[in-house]
Design a protein around this ligand. Structure first.
Ligand SMILES: [Zn+2]
Length: 314
């Protein structure tokens, strides 16, 4: 339940995180205190119902508040600056739709949309694991693989609206058996997402062992000493290290923060710096990789602050 709101608390933000299976919404004060949080299921494959679910969730969060609130939404994919339409969402029923326009009409107020990985990186940069870092790269490793860049508290985005997107770049420094790599939903082969996301890890494990397990199950088996599962985790960490080293060689972040379900795998924080070292083009190859402070809440927390810390192009 929302805490009691007094009349002098007049500055509120609402942040929504639209995921493939759930929509999470928070009400936040101007001091970034969380006042309420609700979750609803995402109406899959139904655009109109998705818009309606966001309107309902927003109304619940605004209950008892009579002053205008700023609304930000973390989305899979992004709005194309060229067409104004959604692109690149793995929740594919959003693609090709003027999502921000339709939401603004349905909500009766302008909304700011940003890629969910960008919102994650923003939240962790403003008051999370990377507070006060100059350049932050947030890497989401969950059902997909996304990324966001924040420099000096602002999301770095460009003319295509894809700043930080690394999930559909190819796995770098491939071995012969890794090329061309698995088919990706985006039409390419060997994308980072097909290797380092949870389903990517599970598919690699299945190819090598014939066993169908989720990433979580593989991690649990490795914990119990299962050598096949341990080998899968090793291959995964090595590939993730190569992908992240590629990012470091381009933007040289002060801090990398991992998010998504796989960010709970503690071995990554121990192994990645060492595995990345040989691929980093510098005489001192140390990197700072952190677990998220806010975890799953970072998408909605970052979304709530999109009006305070707009993207570099807004
Ligand atoms: Zn792809």
């Amino acid at each position: 339940m929302p805490m009691a709101l007094t009349s002098d608390q007049h500055e509120f933000r609402i942040g929504l995180d639209l995921g493939g299976s759930k929509i999470e919404g928070i009400l936040m004060s101007s001091e970034a205190a969380e006042l309420a949080r609700y979750r609803v299921a995402t109406p899959r494959n139904d655009y109109a119902a998705t818009v309606a679910a966001i309107v309902d969730l927003t109304a619940r969060l605004k209950q008892g508040i009579s002053v205008p609130t700023r609304i930000g939404i973390a989305v899979p994919g992004s709005i194309s600056p060229f067409t104004g339409l959604m692109q690149n969402a793995n929740s594919t029923w959003l693609n090709g739709r003027p999502f921000d326009h339709d939401l603004a009409v349905a909500l009766g107020t302008p909304v700011r949309l940003a890629n969910d990985a960008n919102c994650f990186a923003l939240s962790e940069a403003l008051d999370g694991a990377a507070t006060d870092a100059h350049i932050v790269f947030g890497a989401i490793l969950g059902t997909g693989c996304g990324g966001g860049i924040v420099t000096d508290g602002r999301i770095l985005d460009g003319p295509h609206g894809i700043g930080g997107e690394w999930g559909h770049n190819p796995l770098p420094w491939t071995t012969p058996d890794e090329y061309p790599g698995p088919q990706c939903w985006c039409g390419r082969k060997g994308c980072m997402e097909t290797w380092v996301s949870g389903p990517g890890m599970a598919a690699d494990h299945a190819r090598m062992t014939g066993q169908m397990n989720t990433a979580k199950e593989i991690a649990a088996r490795a914990e119990c000493g299962d050598s096949d599962a341990r080998a899968t985790l090793s291959r995964h960490a090595d590939r993730l290290a190569r992908g992240l080293a590629h990012v470091v060689n381009i933007i040289d972040p002060d801090v990398l923060v991992l998010g998504g379900g796989l960010s709970h795998m503690s071995h990554l924080y121990e192994q990645l710096p060492q595995l990345m070292g040989p691929h980093i083009f510098a005489d001192r190859s140390s990197v700072v990789i952190k677990a998220p402070k806010w975890g799953d809440a970072s998408g909605s927390r970052g979304a709530a602050r999109l009006w305070d810390a707009p993207a570099s192009r807004q």
